[in-house]
Design a protein around this ligand. Structure first.
Ligand code: CMX
Length: 134
């Protein structure tokens, strides 16, 4: 695979509205989309910084992936998402190289993109998302 850019950085937050205020009032960015991803048990807010986005993640369930993360580690960077042409192909490439997949096949994430996660235990501790149109 060859990622074209960092599509977004996912940041776990305790309170979406409070965190949006920081990004808007201090960093001067504009929140252009708030979306609940029921499947992932999160509410998300998006900002654009050049070609890359910031995705704030507020958990809707303490047992969901972000709820558990915040319970253990507190707020902070949760994952990095790389844009790839073909998520299915990229997941297969990673598996062939011995990387542990969280998603064996792409699924639909926020903003209608196809997404797939690689397990942080095989990516040097960084939860890694691959995402794209295909
Ligand atoms: N970054 C780095 N390490 C992480 C992590 C993260 N975001 N989340 C969990 N871990 C680590 C934990 O610290 C733990 O490590 P230790 O064993 O050393 O303590 C290990 O992974 C297992 O963690 P856990 O709390 O027991 O959590 P689970 O195994 O239940 O789940 C994970 C971990 C990554 C498999 C799960 O969170 C997952 O499937 N994530 C993918 C989906 C996701 O994150 N969705 C939310 C975002 C959706 C979106 O962007 O729209």
């Amino acid at each position: 695979m060859k990622p074209t850019h960092i599509e977004h950085i996912g940041i776990a937050v305790s309170n979406l509205e409070e965190s949006i205020r920081y990004y808007e009032e201090v960093l001067g960015l504009e929140c252009y989309n708030i979306e609940e991803v029921a499947d992932q048990k999160v509410r998300t807010a998006f900002f654009k910084v050049g070609q890359t986005k910031i995705e704030l993640l507020e958990s809707t369930d303490p047992e969901g992936p972000v709820g558990k993360f915040i319970g253990k580690k507190g707020q902070g960077v949760h994952h990095i998402a790389f844009a790839v042409d073909d998520v299915n192909q990229a997941l297969n490439d990673a598996a062939d190289k011995g990387v542990q997949l969280i998603d064996k096949k792409p699924r639909k994430g926020a903003e209608g993109l196809n997404i797939g996660f690689l397990h942080p235990k095989s990516t040097n501790g960084v939860l890694t998302e691959l995402c794209g149109d295909k």
